[in-house]
Design a protein around this ligand. Structure first.
Ligand SMILES: [Zn+2]
Length: 76
C-alpha cells in the first residue's frame, strides 16, 4: 500500500509536472534525480495592495535528500 505523505502547504493553484531531471544538488553535492514542477504561487507581500500577483515558480525537488529549490520564472 502506498501512502502519500506529502504535506505541501504552499498556496499553489496550478501544478504542472514537467519531468524528472538530473541536476546538481547543493545538499548532496552531486548530480541527483530531481522532480521538476511548475507552480503558480500567489504572492501577498503587499497587504495594502489588494492585487495579488500570481507568479510561476519552477520547483526543483531532490529525490535523494528532499531539498527543494524555488526559482521564479519571471524575472522582472
Ligand atoms: Zn539532494
Amino acid at each position: 500500500m502506498q501512502r502519500d505523505a506529502h504535506g505541501m502547504s504552499t498556496m499553489a493553484t496550478t501544478t504542472t509536472d514537467i519531468d524528472d531531471l538530473t541536476e546538481e544538488c547543493d545538499e548532496c553535492d552531486q548530480q541527483t534525480p530531481h522532480t521538476i514542477t511548475v507552480k503558480i504561487l500567489t504572492e501577498s507581500s503587499q497587504p495594502e495592495n489588494a492585487q495579488y500577483s500570481r507568479e510561476p515558480y519552477r520547483i526543483s525537488e531532490c529525490r535523494v535528500c528532499g531539498d527543494t529549490e524555488r526559482t521564479r520564472m519571471n524575472n522582472a
